[in-house]
Write a protein that binds this ligand. Sequence first.
Ligand code: UTP
Length: 298
Amino acid sequence: MTFQKVRKAIFPVGGLGVRFLPATKAMPKEMLPVVDKPLIQYAVEEAMAAGIEQFIFVTGRGKSAIEDHFDRSFELEETLAQRNKKAELSMIASLLPEAGQVAYLRQQQPLGLGHAVWCARHLVGDEPVAVLLADDLVKADKPCLAQMIEAYQQVGGNLTAVMDVPKPHTDKYGIVQPGETRGRLVEVAGLVEKPSPAKAPSTLAVIGRYILDPAIFAELARKERGAGNEIQLTDAMAKLIGRQPFHGYRFVGRRFDCGDKAGFIEATIAYALEHEAIGKATRDMVRRFAEGLERDGA
Ligand code: UTP
């Protein structure tokens, strides 16, 4: 059986980013740079590498920097041209999606991830759609979404990236009640949003990559509130169990929770260590830190 091609992706960027205040007071969390690239650009590049053709940003107030980032900047281009900065000019140009490929819409109130996705229903229509949360940064040789789309072609329905987390952390994630396992695919028999470790059905956690069947929109339209009094995407996905296939996909790669300060620093170090220009300097720096810590017995 072949399933419809996944051509569209939603980038929900309407969250408040409370955990990153005051950095996120006037700047979107998704514009925080890991080394030299904003989080949202990593997500868009991942989607492009997976063959996505239409990019739907669900934004909110104070997020206009994201729109500017993916637009022409005539003043900057002119100045770079005058200074003969050819490499920088072509790097800026390579950021630009084709005209008409990107759509922005506003989530008027941050009522939850499920609500943000529902806001995009008219732009998605009756076809499968990917959802990428930019604050979940996945470092992988083959981009995470590309791995998922390949898996989706085997099973259809709803698919989410999953990974094992330490048991004490289950209350930060949607946790899967696993059914049958086939290679990297795990059937989702149930899903609980942010359960306490004692109540968690496993340690298999949903991370911010999804492929959704359009039937999700009817579920989200009920606007039922879940954990944190928010409209949760995972709750709507769980409601479709039994009516549609639902799988978790154990992706190959390393995920960084960049919505959290410690996760963000970890990502910065991991990317800096491999960066062409500053990799060596970073390795030396990390070594010096480690030696200092050892010396201090910390
Ligand atoms: P988070 O749970 O990380 O919330 O949202 P947040 O507001 O971004 O950050 P904190 O917890 O206040 O620090 C997960 C993803 O869902 C999006 C966010 O932008 C983020 O990508 N989101 C969340 C929305 O787009 N709208 C919402 O109403 C809630």
